[in-house]
Ligand binder design. Sequence first.
Ligand code: SAH
Length: 211
Amino acid sequence: MTSQRTRMRMIERLRADGIADEVVLSVMSSIPRHVFIEEALASRAYEDVSLPINFGQTISSPWIVARMSELLRANSKLCNVLEIGTGCGYQTAVLAKLAEKVYSIERIGPLLTRTRIRLQNLQIKNIALKHADGLLGLAEVGPFDGIIMTAVTTHVPSSLLEQLVIGGRMVFPKGSQKQNLCIIERNVQGYTETVLEEVNFVPILSGIVKK
Ligand code: SAH
């Protein structure tokens, strides 16, 4: 259930379901998704579903991870990426193979502690994890050519958008009851927003959880 063959079937399904970026598909075929999920649920790791990861949070479905990654990458190598909502770290691991450096912020301390160990065990080196409120961004290491947020919000603070380079983009779910994937691109004139397909994410929350 957790073999390379099962993983390749997931990739075939993603391709059939419209994921077109072969670089993203190749990266996802190389990452063992089952190690990001509790043992009791690991046999379901390659199904196209989101699954619980403790602390009331969920790992996004493979399709969502693939879709957000291809939207963020927009067919070019990423340099400096900020992820808000590390969760179990699967999206972080995918991004680490698509970007030179990934900074990822998680507000739930104990969840981040486990994820840190998992990503260390996988020997992923070009990432930095931070326990903080991601809505504040990480201005000290920005600006970023990509920002990805894996929890839903109704509004993105302008102080976060200012951490995008000109030509950079942010990909995130937007809304409350009804949510859609959304891209905000920064250009010389300001920002443009594109609203895409309907999705379903846990909400972004402010402040941090220590224990
Ligand atoms: N990409 C993750 C998604 C986890 S769910 C995965 O596939 O595992 C969304 C995550 O965002 C949760 O872990 C939640 O704790 C975190 N989160 C919510 N609000 C946040 C905030 N303000 N700052 C940082 N992380 C936040």
